[in-house]
Design a protein around this ligand. Structure first.
Ligand SMILES: NC(=O)C1=CN([C@@H]2O[C@H](COP(=O)(O)OP(=O)(O)OC[C@H]3O[C@@H](n4cnc5c(N)ncnc54)[C@H](O)[C@@H]3O)[C@@H](O)[C@H]2O)[C@@H](O)CC1
Ligand SMILES: [K+]
Length: 515
C-alpha cells in the first residue's frame, strides 16, 4: 500500500533543507532541483519545433534554480533567453555559483523581457517559498512582469511554486504566474492545493531531490487523493445481506420553502448505500412522499426522534433558523449518534453559545461541513480571514468544537481534533451550484451508516464528491450547468467501480449463464 503523500509548510521545508545541509556530504539541492525541472520541461513541454525558452530568474534561490535549469536546457540544444531581476552581490553562495555556471557555459543575461524575440515555453524562477505576498506584496515591477508572462499565453513551468502565490496558504493577493506545470521540490506545499493555488499551480509534479522528507520531518498534513481513498473504501457487500446491515440515516431539515435541500441529502444518502433513509421535515404540512424518490421515508420531524434504529443523523439541509430548528438541533446534539452538521445547523451553533457548548461536550462523533462564510460565523471572524488562512481555520474549527471538519471550497481541507489535515485533490467549479453541499452531507451520512469511522467517512465523501464532479466533466455535463442531482448518480457509479471494479459484473454474468 502506498503511503499518503505528505504536505510541508515553508518552515518544515527549511528545516528539512537544514538537516540535509548538515549531513557529512550535503547534497547540492539547487543542482538537483534545476536538473529535475529541466527534464520535466524537455519531456513535457518542448519538442524539436518548440525549442525556444524564456527563463525568468528572480533575486533569491528560486532564481538559482532557474539558472541551473537554463544551463541544462541550453546544453541539450535548446535556445534559452534568461532574464535576471536580482542583484548578483546579494545572492546566496549556491545561487551565485549557479549564476556563474550559467555565464561560464556561455549564457547571457537580460534585465527585462526583450521586446524582440519569441518563445515557446517559459520557466518561472522569480520567487519560491521565500515570498510571503500577504506580508510583503509584490511591487509594480514584478506585477507587470507576471502580467506580461500570463499575457503571452504560453506553456509555463513554475519552479517550486508559481511566483506570487503563497506556499503556505495559497493566496495570491496581487497576481501570480499561471503555470501549466509546477515542479515542486522536496515536498508538496499546502498553497499549491487550496484557494488561489487551484487556479495557478496547473499540473503539480513533486521532485523529492532524493531526500526522504518523511524520515526527516514527520508530517501533520497529507494529500487526499485516489491512492489514499483506496485504503478507506467499504468492504464489498456480503451476498447474504439485508438493508439492516447498511444502516439507517435520519435527515433533519426541509423547513417551508427549503424541502428540496433535505430531499437532495436524502437521495444522496440512499444512492450512496444507506439501507434506509428517513427525512424529518420541518415544513408545515410536509409531503409524505417524494414521487421522484419514493424510497425516502418522509416524516414530521418529531416522529424522527422516536425511531430507535437510526445509525446517524444529518442536521441542516434546509433547516432554517426558526425556534423549531433550534429545538431540533438541541435534541440532536443530546443523542449518542454520530451527527453531520451542515448549513443552518452551523449558523445556529454560531449564534447560540449553549448549542456550541452542547456540541463541544458530545462524546459521539460530530462532523461539520462549513463553507467559508459558515466557518467565519463559527470562528467569529470574516470570510477573508478564513480564506486567507484556510488550513488554520479548518484546524481551529476541529479543535474548538472537538469535531471532524471539512472546510469546503477550491481545495477543500479536512481537519481533525488530533491536528491532522488532508487537502482534497478532486473537484472542479461545477460544484459551485445550489444543492451540492446537501449532497455532500447526505453522502457522508451514507458512509457513516455503512460503518465507516467518522474520519474515513468524511475523507471518502469529500474526495468522492469532487471525483464525481470530475467524472461529469469528461462527458461535458459541466462545469457549466452541472447539477447536484447529477453528482449523486456519478458518485454512486464511481463508488461501485472503486469497491467492485470488474469483479461484480463477472460474478453476476456467471450466475446468469447457468440458468
Ligand atoms: N535552500 C535550499 O536548500 C533550496 C532552495 N531551493 C529553492 O529556493 C527557493 C527559496 O529560496 P529563497 O529563500 O531565496 O526565496 P525565494 O527565491 O523564493 O525569494 C526570496 C527573494 O525574494 C526577495 N523578495 C521577497 N519578497 C519580495 C517582494 N515582495 N518583492 C520583491 N522581492 C521580494 C527576497 O529579498 C529574496 O531575494 C525555493 O522555493 C526553491 O525554489 C531549491 O534550490 C532547493 C534547495
Ligand atoms: K517560481
Amino acid at each position: 500500500m502506498n503511503n499518503p503523500i505528505p504536505l510541508y509548510s515553508t518552515a518544515d521545508i527549511r528545516e528539512i533543507e537544514q538537516l540535509a545541509a548538515a549531513r557529512p556530504n550535503p547534497p547540492n539541492l539547487m543542482e538537483k532541483a534545476g536538473l529535475a525541472a529541466a527534464h520535466i520541461t524537455k519531456n513535457k513541454l518542448l519538442s524539436n519545433d518548440k525549442s525556444n525558452l524564456l527563463v525568468l530568474a528572480g533575486p533569491g534561490n528560486n532564481g538559482g534554480d532557474a539558472f541551473v535549469t537554463a544551463r541544462y536546457l541550453r546544453a541539450w540544444g535548446f535556445q534559452v533567453t534568461t532574464i535576471f531581476t536580482g542583484d548578483p552581490s546579494k545572492l546566496s553562495q549556491d545561487a551565485k555559483q549557479a549564476l556563474q555556471n550559467w555565464l561560464n557555459a556561455g549564457g547571457e543575461l537580460h534585465n527585462d523581457i526583450p521586446s524582440s524575440g519569441s518563445w515557446h515555453v517559459i520557466i518561472d524562477g522569480l520567487f519560491g517559498i521565500g515570498l510571503n505576498p500577504d506580508k510583503y506584496p509584490l511591487d509594480e515591477k514584478y506585477q507587470r512582469l507576471i502580467a506580461a508572462v500570463n499575457h503571452m499565453n504560453l506553456p509555463v513551468l513554475a519552479l517550486d511554486i508559481p511566483s506570487g502565490l503563497s506556499a503556505d496558504n495559497g493566496i495570491a493577493p496581487s497576481t501570480a504566474i499561471k503555470a501549466t506545470i509546477t515542479a515542486t521540490f522536496i515536498g508538496l506545499k499546502p498553497g499549491l492545493l487550496t484557494h488561489d493555488g487551484c487556479e495557478y499551480a496547473g499540473e503539480i509534479i513533486l521532485c523529492d531531490l532524493d531526500l526522504d522528507a518523511v524520515s526527516m520531518k514527520s508530517p501533520q498534513s497529507w494529500l487526499l487523493d485516489q491512492s489514499l481513498i483506496k485504503t478507506l473504501l467499504p468492504a464489498p457487500r456480503p451476498a447474504n445481506s439485508h438493508k439492516g446491515i447498511f444502516g439507517s440515516v435520519g435527515i433533519i431539515g426541509g423547513a417551508s420553502g427549503m424541502v428540496g435541500a433535505a430531499l437532495l441529502a436524502g437521495s444522496a444518502a440512499l444512492k450512496l448505500g444507506a439501507g434506509r433513509v428517513y427525512l424529518g421535515l420541518l415544513a408545515n404540512q410536509p409531503s409524505t412522499v417524494d414521487p421522484a424518490q419514493p424510497e425516502l421515508m418522509l416524516r414530521p420531524v418529531d416522529e424522527l426522534f422516536e425511531l430507535d434504529h437510526l445509525t446517524c443523523l444529518i442536521v441542516g439541509p434546509g433547516l432554517g433558523k426558526e425556534i423549531s430548528a433550534c429545538l431540533c438541533l438541541e435534541e440532536t446534539l443530546q443523542t449518542s449518534l454520530p451527527v453531520v452538521l451542515d448549513a443552518d445547523a452551523l449558523n445556529l451553533i454560531a449564534h447560540h453559545s449553549e448549542l456550541a457548548s452542547a456540541l463541544r461536550s458530545r462524546h459521539a462523533p460530530s462532523l461539520l461541513t462549513p463553507h467559508a462564510a459558515e466557518a467565519a460565523r463559527l470562528l467569529g471572524t470574516d470570510i477573508a480571514t478564513v480564506q486567507n488562512h484556510r488550513m488554520q481555520a479548518a484546524e481551529d474549527l476541529a479543535r474548538n468544537f472537538n469535531c471532524s471538519v471539512v472546510l469546503k471550497g477550491a481545495g477543500s481541507i479536512c481537519a481533525f481534533p488530533n491536528g491532522h489535515c488532508y487537502f482534497n485533490a478532486s473537484g472542479n467549479p461545477g460544484l459551485s451550484s445550489a444543492g451540492t453541499g446537501d449532497v455532500l452531507s447526505g453522502m457522508t451520512g451514507a458512509l457513516l451508516a455503512q460503518g465507516l469511522t467518522s474520519e474515513n467517512a468524511l475523507l471518502l465523501a469529500v474526495y468522492l464528491h469532487g471525483a464525481a464532479a470530475d467524472a461529469l466533466l469528461e462527458t461535458l455535463a459541466g462545469p457549466i450547468g452541472m447539477t447536484a442531482s447529477e453528482i449523486i448518480d456519478s458518485a454512486r457509479h464511481l463508488l461501485n467501480q472503486w469497491v467492485y471494479g470488474h469483479h461484480a459484473r463477472f460474478r453476476y454474468s456467471h450466475a446468469y449463464s447457468i440458468y
